[in-house]
Design a protein around this ligand. Structure first.
Ligand code: TYM
Length: 330
């Protein structure tokens, strides 16, 4: 049995990048009976950037509903809100005392976010990877399916786990990241040299999992490509076209080679329409199920509470193991 753990922040919108890089793989992993899957809404991480309370609350409901709509099955997986399981905050505090300021200062995401939110470089922003380590380590996780941008945080999680284990014996399982071969970094449709990001102010750069079909098609038709006319997978020199080919391969469940073979010789405009159509068909059932679920708040809260209860049971055991090793009276 392998334990799979991952999480997503309820901030902004759930993008096609989140779906392809992460959530799509979560759903696939939950159908393997040898996997124990635990997925969280990382709502404690979200307040590292100032949130409007009403909007934040709406996003929490919306992301939770969308996780279920996309196919996370509460009968197979534990799907909960991080803030409902107090052990995350407690373990984060303990792990803080085993993590160096220098390590946190070097984190790429911390540097990027500090530059972006220069007026609010709070302690939480710096401590973000320690909370993420706590998330992962609480569940004796084997594999963490994430997109490329989270790899550095998995590395530091491993470092912290090994440091604690060196001091106290076998306390934490040392997890591995799982990065998909294709789709680990879906790029912006307007600037294919930068990541498709939830918080991009340009709506044309990002596909939301809840975008209407005509909006999706319009965004793909406007996608920035290049001035040469050959379809080839070459992320370095043909970032825009390679991004479209990567998206198409994942949503159609094909390899890059198959996709390139099918699309070679197409005009760019036709490729854009083909990608648009496939993405529309992939997202359509999610959007319909979402519309149903978002109006069933009682059901959502019941699922979230049950998830939190199951998560807390596992988390408490790990936390006790660590506290006892440190010397706390349990
Ligand atoms: P977040 O909410 O930014 O993103 C959720 C997941 O989506 C992936 N992702 C992408 N993948 C491919 N292309 C993109 N353009 C793209 N954008 C985002 C991310 O890599 C991620 O897997 N800190 C995390 C949440 C978190 C977490 C955890 C993850 C909190 N605790 C424990 C794993 C384990 C975050 O902010 O992800």
């Amino acid at each position: 049995m392998k334990t799979i753990y991952s999480a997503i922040q309820p901030s902004g919108i759930m993008t096609l990048g989140n779906y392809i890089g992460a959530v799509n793989n979560w759903r696939a992993m939950q159908s393997d009976e040898d996997n124990k899957c635990i997925f969280a809404l990382a709502d404690l991480h979200t307040i590292t950037v100032r949130q409007n309370p009403l909007e934040f609350n709406k996003n929490c409901w919306s992301f939770y509903a969308l996780l279920l709509a996309v196919g996370l099955d509460v009968k197979k997986s534990v799907v909960y809100l991080q803030s409902h399981v107090a052990q995350h905050s407690e373990l984060a505090w303990l792990l803080n005392c085993y993590t160096y300021v220098g390590e946190m200062n070097r984190m790429t995401q911390f540097k990027d976010k500090s530059a972006k939110h220069a007026d609010n470089i709070n302690m939480g922003l710096m401590d973000y990877p320690v909370l993420m380590a706590a998330d992962i380590l609480l569940y004796d996780t084997d594999l963490v399916p994430v997109g490329y941008d989270q790899l550095q945080h998995i590395e530091i999680t491993r470092d912290i786990a090994l440091r604690v284990n060196n001091l106290y014996g076998d306390i934490f399982k040392v997890p591995e990241g799982f990065i998909p071969k294709v789709g680990a970094k879906i790029m912006s449709l307007q600037d294919p040299t930068s990541k498709m990001s939830k918080s991009d102010p340009n709506p044309n750069a990002v596909i939301s999992c809840l975008d209407a079909p005509e909006v999706i098609m319009k965004k793909f038709k406007r996608a920035v490509t290049d001035s040469d006319a050959t379809i080839a997978y070459d992320p370095e020199n043909k970032a825009g076209i390679s991004n479209l080919l990567g998206i198409l391969a994942v949503v159609e469940g094909k390899t890059i080679e198959q996709t390139v073979a099918e699309c070679s010789g197409m005009r760019y405009g036709d490729l854009k329409v083909r990608v648009g159509e496939s993405v529309i068909e992939t997202l359509r059932p999610f959007r319909e199920e979402y519309e149903r679920l978002i109006n069933s708040k009682d059901y959502l809260i019941a699922c979230a509470k049950e998830g939190a209860q199951k998560a807390a049971e596992i988390a408490e055991k790990t936390l006790k193991r660590f506290k006892s090793a440190i010397g706390y009276i349990i």
